[in-house]
Design a binder for this molecule. Structure first.
Ligand code: NAP
Length: 330
């Protein structure tokens, strides 16, 4: 069936300004780290991407290495652009990143100019795009001078291959330095992409303050702690769930076992709020004014729908926030 986007796609989503920039992002964005690779069923990814855009999710987040195999999520997205989203390019914010291991040899990872600009060219080819909306340095490089990495981001914009630039997983100090260099170059840092969820609160120790000072937005990745902050693991570890996937070990059964008591308590609190745990977890990251968007993943349209319903209740009483803190510290 040829795709035509829903006429009502802008009726229910809220768009928030990213830092001090002119760019607004949807409160919920969709990431293609998992479930869009070469080994995943194309039609499932396609159904999720279509549903996302139909519900006002204008932002799709990728990276050079997403798959597996690395690069294949960008290829899948290229197919989606060609088959479904081509007429809507100007309604979409598409991001990609370079930083992790992508090809053999000394120029296939980290933060050199050589790697970043070659990688961006490869990403554009795989996605069939002339430009991305946001190009990120995926991780700080302890060896390459910060000026070099930032000047590569600045060049990507000047070459017309990216509209904005961002950084991911940079510490507060590194973020401040990167931001100052980029501002001097005339390409302000639009956005920082850190992990942030109830089990991983590092951004609260300085990063959010730096983002405030520098006028940079934040897009919180893994707001569901890779599925732990949902009902996915309440009754054990189901086959096919992320914690069972052995080709990548970012979430293990041991992680789930360690957190399960807290997950159960948080789930009860979400029920008292009339929400699912996944919805409370998304609302919780969005409570911070610096957080522009919650960057979720999903493995089915049903999960995506659940997560979109988070927007129905984004507010917390102080009592509820205290209860969450107490559970997390228990
Ligand atoms: N910058 C970086 O270094 C970095 C690192 C990681 C991620 N990211 C970005 O962040 C995006 C999101 O990361 P993430 O996938 O870890 O996010 P997440 O939203 O924390 O986890 C998504 C996973 O949770 C489960 N899930 C989602 N909704 C659910 C629901 N309603 N009910 C039950 N289970 C549900 C699914 O796992 P199952 O497969 O078990 O169903 C889904 O794949 C990535 O795609 C990527 O774009 C960036």
């Amino acid at each position: 069936m040829p795709y035509g986007a829903s006429e009502t796609r802008y009726s229910n989503m809220t768009y928030k300004r990213t830092g001090h920039s002119g760019l607004k992002l949807p409160l919920i964005s969709l990431g293609l780290w998992y479930n869009f690779g070469g080994l995943d069923p194309f039609e499932n990814g396609r159904a999720m991407a279509r549903r996302a855009f139909d519900m006002g999710i204008t932002h799709f987040d990728l990276a050079n290495n997403y798959g597996p195999p690395p690069g294949s999520a960008e290829e899948t997205f290229g197919q989606l652009m060609k088959k479904d989203f081509h007429p809507y390019r100007d309604e979409l914010i598409i991001s990609t990143k370079a930083g992790y291991d992508m090809w053999p040899g000394p120029y296939g990872e980290w933060g050199s100019r050589k790697y970043l600009l070659a990688s961006l060219d490869q990403s554009l080819k795989r996605m069939g795009l002339e430009y991305v909306d946001i190009f990120y340095s995926h991780r700080p490089d302890p060896e390459t001078p910060m000026e070099e990495t930032m000047s590569a981001l600045d060049s990507a914009v000047r070459q017309g291959k990216a509209l904005y630039v961002g950084i991911s997983s940079y510490s507060p100090e590194q973020t401040q330095e990167a931001s100052q260099i980029l501002r001097q170059m005339g390409t302000p840092c639009l956005i920082h992409q850190p992990s942030y969820n109830m089990f991983d609160r590092w951004v609260e120790n300085g990063l959010l303050d730096v983002l405030d000072q520098e006028g940079i937005g934040a897009i919180a990745f893994s707001p569901l702690a890779q599925g732990q902050l949902t009902d996915r693991y309440l009754n054990g570890i189901p086959s096919g769930a992320r914690a069972t996937k052995t080709e990548r070990v970012w979430l293990t059964p041991a992680d789930v076992h360690r957190n399960i008591e807290k997950i159960q308590k948080l789930n009860s609190l979400a029920e008292q709020r009339g929400q699912k745990l996944s919805q409370m977890a998304i609302a919780w990251v969005l409570r911070k004014p610096q957080v522009t968007s919650a960057l979720i993943g999903a493995s089915s349209v049903a999960q995506l729908n659940d997560n979109l319903a988070a927007l129905n209740n984004l507010s917390f009483s102080q009592e509820e926030l205290n209860q969450i803190d107490t559970i997390l510290m228990s």
